[in-house]
Ligand binder design. Sequence first.
Ligand code: 8X3
Length: 260
Amino acid sequence: AERLAGKTVFITGASAGIGQATALEYLDASNGDLKLILCARRLEKLQELKTKAEKEYPNAKIYINKLDVTDTDAIKPFLEKLPEEFKDIDILINNAGKALGSDKVGDIAIDDIKGMMDTNVVGLINITQAILPIFKKKNSGDIVNLGSVAGREAYPTGSIYCATKFAVRAFTESLRKELIDTNIRVILIAPGIVETEFSLVRYKGDSDRASSVYTGAHPLFADDVADLIVYTTSRKPNTVVADVLIFPTTQASPYHIHRD
Ligand code: 8X3
């Protein structure tokens, strides 16, 4: 936790789920002694999070602003608008991502295809490219990309989502190799089943279907993944926890989920 003191952490998709939990986990781990840049599409959710977090950690510095990671033209102005004390980013958490629909190939709506590709792949690449110069300049920094078990083992009705997470994996591995002569650490976190708004988004608001994904399965909670993210970015600087698959103890693959 001492290693986190004074750091500036940038989290995308911070309004809910793993992103939100990660923001809170960083505050908890550092006792508020760091700076957070939180972005998402839903500014009011970020505002609620900031208000709540500042009550608990009055010493924390939290900057929020609306950003859709797919809006390539908005990223540069977003970074330029950062108050001076937030500009020296140390840790990037590429968390924003989603699954849309569960249709089989042949029936997948183009909006769902583009929605997933744009956010999970193009958005993640956009943000990484925008932040990388900051890390290169000081020859340090952590890039944490949220992959998935779906980026290791593709499953039916998830072709596009799985393809985006395979892409995240490939992008992450290329980047780690490109940065081998730097102190920048590139970290892939691949969760299995996590209970968040994820399934509600995937099933487009069908809450019965969404909750059935988690029923009896004892899925991970967002803060379990957040805990791991904070862990990986607070290791000794000569080490990189490069690639982590995290399941609840009830899961062993996309197909092996023990339910009571
Ligand atoms: C994890 C989602 O549905 O592949 O990203 O378990 S799922």
